[in-house]
Ligand binder design. Structure first.
Ligand code: 13P
Length: 338
């Protein structure tokens, strides 16, 4: 298949009706933090056991089209020796890979950060693709305050995201472009809306400059929310404000917008996605690419115990099912206890 055909096939597979993406690409320090909450040590063996559990969940592909993996997982195998990426594929879930190298302070911009990892990316992608990855993810983050993020941070991160996306497409790998406006702080929702709009405008300008084919990428934004130290907003408010910003900034050529959960509880993330889809139809599919909002209940059910694998998988399947309903605007809170 040529590059265009590959990109087209992967995009279509990811944007399937009623399905979303499982983000299981926590870096070493992040997965250690998650494991610590349940008293599990972050060893290579425990990470392998946990991620095998996720990928082997029976029936997952009914609700999940793709999974984002961390590089380590791409090199790991299940107990029977099958590479974990292949295990996902066998279950009808497209494997993807986080390719950024994390964030560092942005020089001359106190409080702002920039994501690194462009050096050698094209070469790395060739290797990831050989191991089964069909799409990639790069996350840029924006701290919010009355004066953050700076124009410099908005521009520099947009350029890095666009450069990454162009390199991916050239290698036949679908880029997920993830600009995350962080939830931390006491700012009102209007400040988040203002920042998100400025960020997305700049990201799409940069994508255009870098000749990224919008039809062959996915956007993974944060929702418009008040800061986590501010009074919360209702799902109707979140939906209205988020859609307003997206309509102003995201071209209709983008096939799918797959939200991150960004510190919302699992049920908040589901409710907010549902509220948006109830206001459809929209120019783009509105779906989920949740990490914590899908995995928190799984970690709690698992507790590092091999005897709890079935319960943990049931917890994943349940959250995936509820978010699949929300992706179609058909979620009902009564489904939580069903
Ligand atoms: P959360 O849904 O936990 O925000 O994670 C999504 C993700 O991929 C972060 O980069």
């Amino acid at each position: 298949m040529d590059t265009h055909g590959e990109l087209q096939a992967t995009t279509q597979a990811l944007v399937q009706r009623g399905k979303g993406i499982l983000a299981a690409d926590e870096s070493g320090p992040t997965i250690a933090k998650r494991f610590k909450l349940i008293g599990v040590e972050s060893t290579e063996q425990n990470r392998r056991a946990y991620r095998s559990l996720l990928l082997a969940t029976p029936g997952l592909s009914e609700f999940i089209s793709g999974v984002i993996l961390y590089e380590e997982t791409l090199n790991q195998c299940a107990d029977d020796g099958m590479p974990l990426a292949q295990l996902a594929q066998r279950h009808g879930v497209v494997p993807g890979i986080k390719v950024d190298a994390g964030k560092i302070a942005l020089a001359h911009a106190p409080g702002d950060e920039i994501t690194e990892g462009l050096d050698g990316l094209a070469k790395r992608l060739v290797g990831y693709k050989q191991k089964g990855a069909r799409f990639a993810k790069w996350r840029a983050i924006y701290n919010v305050s009355h004066n953050l993020p700076s124009r410099l941070a908005i521009k520099a991160n947009a350029d890095a995201l666009a450069c990454y996306a162009a390199i991916c497409q050239e290698q036949g790998v679908v880029p997920i472009v993830e600009p995350e406006v962080l939830i931390d702080g006491d700012h009102p929702m209007a400040r988040c809306a203002e920042v998100t709009e400025a960020v997305l405008h700049e990201v799409f300008h940069a994508l255009h400059r870098h000749a990224v084919v919008l039809e062959h990428m996915l956007l993974k934004p944060s929702m418009v929310l008040p800061g986590n130290e501010h009074a919360p907003a209702t799902p109707a408010e979140v939906a209205a404000q988020t859609l307003r910003v997206l309509r102003r900034t995201v071209p209709a050529a983008v096939p799918g917008i797959f939200f991150l959960s960004g510190g919302q509880t699992p049920s908040e993330a589901t409710l907010n996605l549902d509220a948006m889809n109830r206001l459809g139809p929209h120019p783009w599919a509105l779906s989920f690419s949740y990490g914590r909002a899908l995995q928190d209940p799984v970690l709690h059910a698992w507790q590092g115990q091999s005897g709890s694998v079935r319960d943990a998988q049931a917890a994943l399947l349940k959250r995936a099912r509820l978010n699949s309903a929300a992706r179609q605007g058909k979620y009902d809170a009564a489904m939580e206890s069903a």
